[in-house]
Write a protein of this length. Structure first.
Length: 192
């Protein structure tokens, strides 16, 4: 069998299609509840089942939806200490950057690792059980990486806001049919 000479856009004409209001509403709803049944999602965005499912699949193929997950309680799992650690490297060369990035991929306690511009090189978000575990992870898994010159850690006293929801511009808030009916009864105009 010969490889296809068609571009991805020819195989899937919707691949480069810009997001419309309904696509954005679907993304808003699925961010809020990734387990929402497709029938309920279709009702919320005023589509029938098949077109709604096709849109969700297209959003997945295009990479707008990267996956579905459950948000678990770190506190209930005994991971009570949240810390942000600044990491400064001794040199800013490609091999030092690559070594550090590869090392951080292997540290489960590091939830996020961001290369940043400014007075240090990387910002780590770490979740551990307690100060003893933090000291072990910092000493054995982070500071010991060849090229790490210095670290500075900030411990979270109170988590004021923590969300995975990304603001999606251009998506009017989806309105449940029951809310729209209530507005009509009250004599208010339903937004379109």
């Amino acid at each position: 069998m010969e490889p296809s000479s068609h571009t991805p856009e020819e195989l899937d004409p919707g691949l480069d299609r810009p997001l419309d209001r309904i696509d954005r509403q679907i993304l808003v709803l699925l961010q809020r509840d990734g387990r929402m049944p497709i029938a309920e999602l279709a009702r919320e965005v005023h589509l029938t089942l098949t077109p709604c499912l096709e849109r969700v699949r297209r959003l997945e193929r295009q990479g707008y939806i990267e996956g579905y997950f459950a948000r678990v309680s770190a506190r209930r799992l005994g991971q009570r200490l949240l810390a942000f650690t600044e990491v400064t490297l001794d040199r800013t060369t490609a091999d030092v950057f690559e070594r550090f990035k590869a090392s951080m991929q292997l540290v489960d306690e590091v939830l996020e690792c961001h290369m940043v511009a400014g007075g240090f090189d990387y910002l780590l978000k770490m979740r551990v059980a307690d100060m003893d575990e933090y000291r072990r992870v910092l000493g054995d898994r982070i500071s010991s990486v060849r090229g790490v010159q210095q670290t500075q850690t900030y411990f979270v006293m109170e988590e004021v806001k923590s969300t995975h929801v990304i603001q999606i511009r251009g998506a009017e808030r989806p309105m449940r049919a029951s809310a729209a009916a209530g507005r009509r009864k009250a004599g208010r105009q339903t937004p379109r």
